[in-house]
Design a protein around this ligand. Structure first.
Ligand code: UDP
Ligand code: MG
Length: 330
């Protein structure tokens, strides 16, 4: 029987590597991905598994992964009940991964599976996290590269736990790191931040990121902006402090200007200033106030999400699949 419940799966300690792959409408990618990934995994001495998380795909991604032929690999296929987003899908993968080491991999082959053995070598050398830094971001527009650069600058300026620049979700993490991340209960899951939060010994390797193999990116600028806001607000309240400072400086400037107007009128008998300056001050202050209010709203909205304590994702189905050769081997 190729399928069984996860409770019947082998004990944790036996699997060395779990490769977690989130899937959202990637039916065209599954065949080439499995070909390349299994080729790499078959060269390893250690036992490995692939954890597919179908993030509510509307195409036949689920059918394709759950009907995989029996090859020399183990699979866990997790079907979420709807599209919860990549961050939730990765969290589901981490929760189910049983390996001593977990590697996050995008389904679109932008992260070359051929680098896995080198990542494992670094883990064997004693590193807990192996970050994969993009040397070149092939197939991305200059605007995406520019906005990504701005985001990392801003994020690392405001955040207390810095996020390494140009390191995506493609990375290796040891069991110790994974167990620490699993303890983080927050609903706003900016995974790049959560991955860096535990610390531990880190190694960064560089690679050229290929363009997407087929299909379109699932992220538009609106979604990316939302992710950036999640990242900044869940790892720092510096923006709120900045708003406070803005208020203090404007108030001080207003007092000074007020004093000057009183002195000017009393000493020199100066006449009342005209409307243009009044309007400018009025509009500038209203703008700053709305901005600060919006900022508070961003944090409040996230507190609202946190207090509701809803589950991060819902699982519709889990399929565990093991090759016959591996069953016989035990
Ligand atoms: N993905 C997902 N849920 C989503 C969006 C994306 O699981 O709501 C998966 C997608 O299938 C892929 C990975 O996340 O495996 C990266 O997505 P994409 O290539 O669209 O992002 P980009 O590389 O442009 O950042
Ligand atoms: Mg991609």
């Amino acid at each position: 029987m190729p399928y069984s419940s996860p409770s019947q799966s082998p004990s944790n300690t036996e699997i060395c590597l779990s490769v977690v792959v989130p899937l959202f409408n990637e039916s065209l990618m599954i065949k080439p991905l499995i070909e390349r990934l299994t080729k790499v995994l078959s060269t390893l001495d250690e036992r490995s598994e692939i954890v597919f998380v179908d993030d509510g795909s509307s195409d036949d991604s689920w059918r394709l992964v759950s009907e995989l032929p029996l090859v020399d690999n183990e699979y866990q296929c997790i079907k979420l009940s709807r599209n919860f987003g990549k961050e939730a899908a990765m969290s589901a993968g981490i929760e189910h991964a049983r390996g001593l080491v977990v590697i996050m991999l995008d389904a679109d082959l932008q992260d070359p599976p051929e680098l896995i053995p080198e990542m494992l070598n670094q883990w064997r050398a004693g590193y807990d996290i192996v970050n994969m830094k993009r040397k070149k971001r092939l197939g991305e527009t200059w605007f995406k590269r520019f906005s990504a650069a701005c985001f990392y600058r801003l994020m690392n300026w405001v955040s207390d736990s810095p996020v390494p620049e140009n390191v995506g979700d493609f990375r290796l993490m040891s069991r110790q790191v994974i167990d620490s991340i699993k303890q983080l209960p927050e609903r706003n899951r900016f995974m790049k931040g959560l991955f860096s939060w535990p610390g531990f010994s880190q190694k960064t390797l560089e690679f050229d990121r290929d363009p997407r193999f087929v299909g379109e990116t699932k992220w538009n600028y609106g979604k990316l902006f939302g992710l950036a806001m999640d990242g900044i607000t869940s790892f720092s309240f510096k923006p709120l402090r900045l708003a406070t400072w803005c208020g203090v400086i404007t108030a001080l400037a207003a007092f000074a200007y007020g004093g000057w107007i009183i002195a000017n009128t009393l000493i020199f008998g100066g006449s009342v200033a005209g409307y243009p300056s009044l309007m400018v001050v009025q509009l500038a202050l209203a703008g700053i106030q709305l901005l600060a209010l919006g900022l508070i709203g961003e944090y409040l909205g996230r507190v609202f999400v946190e207090v509701k304590q809803r589950p991060l994702y819902l699982i519709e189905e889990v399929a565990y699949k093991q090759s016959l050769t591996q069953v016989k081997a035990r």
